[in-house]
Design a protein around this ligand. Sequence first.
Ligand code: TXA
Ligand code: MG
Length: 331
Amino acid sequence: MTDPDHAVREAVAALRAGQLIGLPTETVYGLAADARNPQAVARIFAAKGRPADHPLIVHLASADQLDDWARDIPEAARRLAAAFWPGPLTLILKRQPGVPDAVTGGQDTVGLRVPAHPVAQAVLSAFGGGLAAPSANRFGRISPTTAAHVREELGDAVAVVLDGGGCEVGIESTIVDLSRGVPVMLRPGRVSVSELSRVLGEAVLTPDAPDATTPRVSGALASHYAPTTPVRLLDAAALPAAAAAAAQAGQRIGVLSRTLMDDAPAHGSVWLQLPNDPVSYAHRLYRDLRRLDQCGASLLLIEAPPQSAEWRAVNDRLQRAAADREGLPKP
Ligand code: TXA
Ligand code: MG
């Protein structure tokens, strides 16, 4: 067994040498580099196959470092940081002039987050500075929630992959833009709009709200977090018939349901059942999508969750998984 302190020291040495590491966080695994080193940050884009103008989140050990990266920090940011950090929330703020363009995609803002995972905390504390880290998947693909997924996605492009076990949250952080006066939620996650609004004492706009504008967020592309296999979202009632039709057409299918299905699974298909509460569902979603994507099916059928606020983050990821994949690189 590797000594965890040794693994952290090795990771920090790699970061100081400008290399990439696989970093466990409570949301998903990150592909991390020294955020002050533009050459190291460039390696992230190369490894992921990500367009260079998509900005990265800078991860910090604590909110005390906010002022090193952001300027004109509004009171709202301090409040959200106090309430949710360390944790699965990213704040978009006006950047300090010294933050490399490679990190911000040349924008005047920077995304900042203090992750809660103990391994991420250990690395950030030992490293001292900020770590630029997108999810450790190839561009447009499913985010990794285990160390093995990171190796699967990125192979030798990563010098060290720290194993922090399965990610607790399982989907990416909530992103709130505080750089433009009114708070706007750019990506839903475990921290909900109502929790944000309660802490701020004001409404938080959402991207589908009429006056919210959407800046560059790769997670906001219609198709994202997508398996290679085509995905169809459908109601529980429609699932058995769709599965039967696919089987009759000789298609091997993968199914992700919440409802227990009485009908026997079609021959050769793989059925996975996820829990019927949004937090446990999110925790397991990417792992199960990845499994289904690798089961040799030509179609994935997913039972659509309810359209209620508590399912918002999960529905967001499922809709992107099911969206047309035009414009994304072929896997
Ligand atoms: O949970 C997470 O946030 C994970 C873990 C590793 O921390 N990271 C993550 O990073 O999901 P990534 O790069 O896959 O998604 C970050 C999103 C992107 O959609 C990016 O465009 C957006 O954050 N973003 C970063 N900086 C931004 C900025 N200055 N303005 C607007 N969007 C920004
Ligand atoms: Mg990502």
